[in-house]
Each structure stands twice: as structure tokens, then as C-alpha cells.
Design a binder for this molecule. Structure first.
Ligand code: FES
Length: 620
């Protein structure tokens, strides 16, 4: 047997034991430290930086290439590359952690909901058995409730005791005509369900009263799978390449789901045994991993999901912290990377019922785009993530504390920073803002080139001109001087990062353009553009349009619809009819695979050009 070695993490002092050969990133995750991995652990981005303060850990070639010899000599390593060989003490800088206070969008649109859940709770007072009437307990119950099946042996085991303990006054919980629980006394008021949005990055759970539709508590967490890579592709690879990869990823997400459950139960005072239904909506990879289904086929042409129709199972199949017999509903999937969260988005917004052509754009690590037109639905997904989520942007970060999330250029640079602290980096919305503002004041041209101080327009305020700094033959934009930053160093927006933004931007726009072209529509024909997702809600729509991410439709037609995956999941939780609607919609959507589309590359190239100023700008 190999001996495990102790790894201690500073500054908390928390430690874990790990087998020699374990990647430091995994050991950190086991100790509860989720380190950010924008490049998916490829050893390229340098964001998973840690320092070995005691013990020996040999540097890798990637360490040397990314960090340089001097930092390697000081003990700095990439957590995604370092393999543990002996006992270590490791410092994790705050900036490497994937912070839990990520700006998570949990508010969803408020609308009347249909409340017709599958679970029915009925209080009955039964006559006790007599010698003349010795019918069985189950028959006695059926004589009142009508015929029903029994979901599992647990409900039957509880029946005799519950009846006698409560003087034959009990409440039966019946789901789809199956008895799942029998409770002493009248508990009809205690009837709850959970709706989950399972994102690649963020998990959101809502505890809902199934009698009224009211939200009782809500909790959100960073998906712990992010410590194994930021995007779905890196997770699929883990499942393909590692024997227990799927099991590790599945238990990571289920563990977080249960922590969210515990949290909402604690906040609301609800007992877990009164949760009878759970609904999950996520992209194809997330849903399949959640269910313990190998998503490997999603990693190769022609990107086939394991199932398309909705799935049903019992809470005990997933070891959920609810009633063991609670019914679990997993949203139907569309194809490729377009999954249950997109179906949930459609039913949340009723996109399929739009009377004019309508576009739903859900921007996350993947961007999902759905076009509704004359009763038809087309959906596609594009890889939008890297720049918006902070990867390949030197000072890029997610929307967490310290991130610049709003930028205005007037006499000088004005910033909004999440958490009201000194800025440590810039998140996706900040990036869009700064690019849009730089275009507006004329220091970024339509090819995405930052102009030099000498080329900048004469009217440019001197304070902004002074921020155009030439470094190694390129012009970079100084966002925050060293003295004002939270890192102690200057925060630049580099020329090459504008290119990354153009790539992400171009992918979304190209996806939109292709769907429009397939239906013969022009942007002006769109009656509405619905922006969804954590990212969408914080985007300033005039800026998203200014940089060409969204087509030129009037800003009034662009609407934020919030976290539609969460809201759609809740709708399905509350109503059998909504579940059937989701199934019907899921079956109707046509999946458009852009990876096979020869025009995509052309559109993509064209969409990288930043548009000229438009006449109808709209202030936010
Ligand atoms: S270098 Fe380690 S995650 Fe990117």
C-alpha cells in the first residue's frame, strides 16, 4: 500500500492526506479550496498559482514557461500541474481562489404560476379495524383514497405504526397515484419541492411551497466541478480519460446539491422528509454527469447526448437530502450542448408562443441561442466562455469581489468594483464596457486595434490619452494604476485581450446571424431579444450592441429575463402540465450544430469586426 502524505494549506492551516502523484489542485479541492482553472488545467493560464512554503515539489516545464525561473525558485507552482510526492505546506493566494461570493444571479422574473403539482397530500380519519371488519391497513386507506399503488417498501413499512400511533388519523402523500409517504396527524400544510439550475459554473436551488408556489428559500453555490476545468469540454475529457472521472464529478455536484438543500432547509425550518419532488435543469453535460451517465459521446462528432426525453427517477437514486421516495424530474435535452436549461429557458419565457420572431440568448460559459419564428424553434450553442469568464485575460476574473464590472470613460476612467474594494481584475461585463467605451471615444478601431496616444482623436481628454501605453510594440490601455489596485500592480487591458473579446463576441454574433439567415430573417424583423443568464443580466445592452455582440435592434426590444433556467425548473416543479409542455417543446426544437456548418467560420470572421457607431444608441 502506498502511504498517503499530508498536505497543509495556508493561511487556513487546513490539511488533507493524499496519495503521492495526486495533483495539488485535487488535494486543494478535497480540503475545500476551489482554485480557479480558466484554462481547464492545461498549465497555460497561470491563474491556479500557489506557493510551496515547506516540502519539495519539483517544477514542471509548464511552471517554468508560464511563471519563469525566478518565481519557480521562490516556490511558486501551478496547482493544476504540481504532483504531490511528499508532505507539503502550500500557500493559496486569495487571487487563485474561485470565490464563493461570485455575483450569482438568482432573481427571476415574477409572473403568475400554475400550481398543480404531482404530489397530493390527503388527510384521512379511518375507522380502526374490528373483528367484524378486519380489512388490512392498506385496504382501509384505499377505501378512502381510491385505488393507488405503493412507491416502495418504505411507505408500507411506515403504515401500520403511523396509523396506530395517530389513532388512525393520518396524512397520505401520493405522487402520480403512488403512495410515497404516510404521516401521523394532519400534515397537509407541509408539502415542498426543490427546483435546481445546474450550471457549469453556478448551482442555484430554490425551495418551493407546492401548495402556493411561493419561494421559501434560495441558495447558490459555485459548481465544485470547476476545480477540474471551467468548461464542459474539460469535464467530458475527465470522464473519457480517467477511470473514476465520472464518479468524481458526479459526487462533486451531488454533494453541492445536498449542501444547497441543507442550507435552504435550515433557512426555512422545513423538514427534509416533506420534500416530495425535485426538478433539475442544466446543459447536456451537467445533466448527464448529475445522473451518473457517461457524457463521453458529447466530446466527439456528432456530439450525441445519451437521452433526449425528460428523465424520471427517485431521490434515493441520487442520494438526495429529501424524502427518499421523492420524485426527480430531469429536463428534456435538445442535442449537442443544448440541454435542459435551454428547454427551461423556453418554457420560462414562453418563447415558442412569441407572435413576432424572437431570440433568446443565454450567455454563460457556453452561449445558447434560440430563435422562435412562425411556430418553429431553432437552437444552437457556441463556445463563448473564455474571455467573459476571465480566461486568457491577464487581469480577467469572474464576477466576484474585486472585479471591475462597469467602466465609463469621461474625463478619465471611472469604475464600479464588485464588493466596493480595490480592483483586482475585470469581469466580462467590465470588459464589454471598456471595449464599447474605447470605441466610443475613438481609441479602439473597428479591427480591434488600440490606437497610440499620437493617433488618438484630438478631443480625447489628456488623462485618458496618458493611459495609452506602448509596451513591446503594442499599445495597451492602463485601467488601474498600481497605487489604486488591489493587487499592488497596474491593471492593463492588453491589445491581445481585445482579440479574445472579439473571439467570444464573434462566436455569439455568428451564431445569431446563422440562425437568422436560416430563417430568412433580418435583425430588424426581431420583435424581441431576450437576454438570460447571470451574465446577461449584468450586461449593459447598449454596450453589448455597440461591440456587435447583439444585432442592431432597438434597445427597447432587448429585454433581460433573468435566470430563466431556474424559473423554468420552478414552473415544471409546480405543475404536471408544465412538465408536459417542457417535453413537447424539447421534442420540437431543431438543434443546429454549428461545428458542422461551413458558413460558421466565415460569419465568425466577419462578426469579429467591431461595428461602426450606430445612429440609434440608447443610454442605460
Ligand atoms: S495554468 Fe493551471 S489552470 Fe491554467
Amino acid at each position: 500500500l502506498e502511504r498517503e502524505v499530508k498536505v497543509t494549506f495556508e493561511p487556513s492551516g487546513r490539511s488533507v492526506h493524499a496519495l503521492p502523484g495526486t495533483v495539488l489542485l485535487e488535494a486543494a479541492a478535497r480540503a475545500g479550496f476551489i482554485i480557479q482553472t480558466p484554462c481547464g488545467g492545461a498549465g497555460k493560464c497561470g491563474k491556479c498559482l500557489v506557493r510551496i512554503s515547506a516540502g519539495k515539489c519539483l517544477p514542471t516545464d509548464n511552471d517554468r514557461a508560464v511563471l519563469g525561473e525566478a518565481r519557480v525558485a521562490e516556490g511558486f507552482r501551478l496547482a493544476c500541474q504540481a504532483r504531490i510526492q511528499n508532505a507539503l505546506t502550500v500557500e493559496i493566494p486569495e487571487s487563485s481562489l474561485f470565490q464563493a461570493q461570485q455575483q450569482i444571479l438568482t432573481a427571476d422574473t415574477k409572473e403568475a404560476l400554475e400550481v398543480l403539482p404531482r404530489v397530493r397530500k390527503v388527510y384521512v380519519e379511518l375507522p380502526p379495524p374490528t373483528q367484524d371488519e378486519p380489512a388490512s391497513d392498506l385496504e382501509r386507506l384505499r377505501s378512502r383514497l381510491g385505488s393507488f399503488g405503493v412507491a416502495g417498501i418504505a411507505a408500507l413499512r411506515a403504515l401500520p405504526g403511523a396509523l396506530r400511533q395517530a389513532d388512525f388519523k393520518v396524512t397520505a402523500a401520493v405522487v402520480d397515484n403512488e403512495l410515497i409517504a404516510i404521516e401521523p396527524g394532519d400534515t397537509t400544510a407541509l408539502c415542498y419541492g426543490l427546483a435546481f439550475d445546474i450550471g457549469s459554473t453556478t448551482l442555484v436551488g430554490t425551495l418551493v411551497d407546492l401548495r402556493t408556489g411561493a419561494d421559501l428559500a434560495l441558495a447558490a453555490r459555485v459548481n465544485p466541478q470547476t476545480s477540474f476545468g471551467d468548461d464542459v469540454v474539460s469535464r467530458i475529457q475527465k470522464c473519457r480519460n480517467e477511470k473514476d472521472g465520472l464518479a468524481v464529478l458526479q459526487s462533486a455536484v451531488l454533494d453541492a446539491v445536498n449542501k444547497i438543500t441543507d442550507e435552504v432547509l435550515k433557512k426555512s425550518g422545513v423538514d427534509r422528509k416533506n420534500i416530495y419532488e425535485v426538478v433539475f435543469a442544466g446543459n447536456t453535460t451537467m445533466q448527464e454527469i448529475l445522473c451518473g451517465i457517461d457524457p463521453s459521446a458529447l466530446g466527439e462528432l456528432p456530439f450525441v447526448p445519451a437521452f433526449r426525453d425528460s428523465l424520471e427517477m427517485r431521490a434515493s437514486d441520487l442520494r438526495l437530502h429529501t424524502h427518499l421516495e421523492a420524485k426527480v424530474y430531469i429536463f428534456p435535452q435538445i442535442g449537442g450542448f443544448v440541454g435542459g436549461d435551454t428547454v427551461a429557458g423556453i418554457i420560462a419565457t414562453r418563447l415558442d408562443r412569441a407572435t413576432e420572431p424572437a431570440l433568446l440568448v443565454d450567455i454563460g460559459t457556453n452561449g445558447e441561442i434560440v430563435l422562435a419564428y412562425e411556430g418553429k424553434l431553432l437552437a444552437t450553442s457556441v463556445a463563448a466562455g473564455p474571455a467573459f469568464e476571465g480566461a486568457r485575460i491577464t487581469n480577467g476574473m469572474r464576477a466576484t469581489g474585486g472585479a471591475i464590472e462597469k467602466v465609463i470613460l469621461d474625463g478619465d476612467v471611472r469604475l464600479n468594483v464588485i464588493g466596493n474594494v480595490k480592483p483586482t481584475g475585470i469581469c466580462g461585463t467590465g470588459l464589454i464596457d471598456v471595449a464599447a467605451e474605447m470605441l466610443r471615444v475613438g481609441i479602439l478601431d473597428c479591427t480591434g486595434r488600440i490606437v497610440s496616444a499620437a493617433e488618438a482623436p484630438a478631443a480625447l481628454p489628456p488623462a485618458i490619452r496618458a493611459r495609452l501605453v506602448e509596451q513591446s510594440g503594442e499599445i495597451n490601455f492602463l485601467l488601474v494604476a498600481a497605487a489604486e489596485s488591489g493587487t499592488g500592480g497596474p491593471l492593463f487591458l492588453y491589445q491581445k485581450e481585445i482579440r479574445e473579446l472579439q473571439l467570444a463576441n464573434g462566436a455569439i454574433r455568428a451564431g445569431i446571424n446563422i440562425l437568422l439567415r436560416m430563417t430568412g430573417l433580418e435583425p430588424k424583423d426581431l420583435g424581441s431579444v431576450l437576454l438570460a443568464g447571470a451574465f446577461g443580466n449584468f450586461i449593459r445592452r447598449n454596450h453589448a450592441r455597440r461591440i456587435g455582440m447583439l444585432p442592431p435592434v432597438p434597445c427597447q426590444r432587448i429585454r433581460f429575463v433573468g435566470n430563466t433556467a431556474s424559473f423554468g425548473a420552478k414552473r415544471a416543479l409546480l405543475s404536471t402540465g408544465e412538465k408536459e409542455y417542457a417535453d413537447r417543446v424539447g421534442a420540437r426544437v431543431r438543434h443546429v450544430d454549428l461545428s458542422l456548418d461551413p458558413e460558421f467560420q466565415m460569419e465568425f470572421g466577419a462578426a469579429m469586426i467591431l461595428p461602426e457607431a450606430e445612429p440609434d444608441e440608447c443610454a442605460e
